[in-house]
Ligand binder design. Sequence first.
Ligand code: CIR
Length: 275
Amino acid sequence: MGEISERAFCLVLYPNMSRGFDFTHAIVRTPGRSVVNGLRDDPSRTPTYDGVMREHTSYVAALRDAGLNVDVLPALEDYPDSVFVEDPAFVLPEGAILLRPGAPSRTAEREHMRRALAKYFGSALELGEGEFVDGGDVLVTPKTVFIGLSRRTNRAGAEALAEKLKTLGRGAAIVETPSGVLHLKSASSLMDEETILATPAMERSGAFSAFRTIVTAEGEDDAANALRINDTLFLGSRYPRTQEKLEKQGFSVHSLAIDEVAKLDAGLSCMSLRW
Ligand code: CIR
């Protein structure tokens, strides 16, 4: 069976089964000038507003080139981290779930996201009081949605999200995020249906033992927040040796500058919500 007919066959049998990187839409948010005050582990690393804007503009253009219809929301000056739209919500073609970001300064972002998502999804499911999940801790793969426990995502939140996912027809697995990183997806991303790019610590954790893993090159752990969209694999341009590894495995890599957003502990996945 050819690749296309096999996929069509699977979609008829398992309508919720997707490859995990087939998207038509994305939501992004323009960075505010306040982005320079965004949360970060190392306060001495402050990005410039112009630098973040430049990287964001290239990112939006790249998403459009990858085939997405991109909805650009206006900046929210009161919320420095609101450019990282991946964290307050989680979306699938089947529906949207409003999450509850684990950082108090980001709590209100979810109400703004509720309004933005209503246009596409009507009402969204939502996590309750005390159920904290950042979207950066949620990794979609064809059969399982992985939810990482982290400084931002607690067990109550992960379990509540797993329940909501069940109502959307998706199975979930709750895993530990390696210490020292912000989110599960700071340490892992989906390259294709069966391959995960992972940091050495993530690989050692065994969370993705059912997958083929490609481990980031030495000293390039942050490369693990890559982003596959349709046929394009995006990787931060600061990681030439990981790029070489991926290319040796047959991936064609499109590199994007993320030097400024990296100062805010962010990478490629955090600047969009995709479905
Ligand atoms: C934060 O600490 O919340 C932001 N400075 C970075 C968020 C990155 N989000 C993501 O990777 N999904």
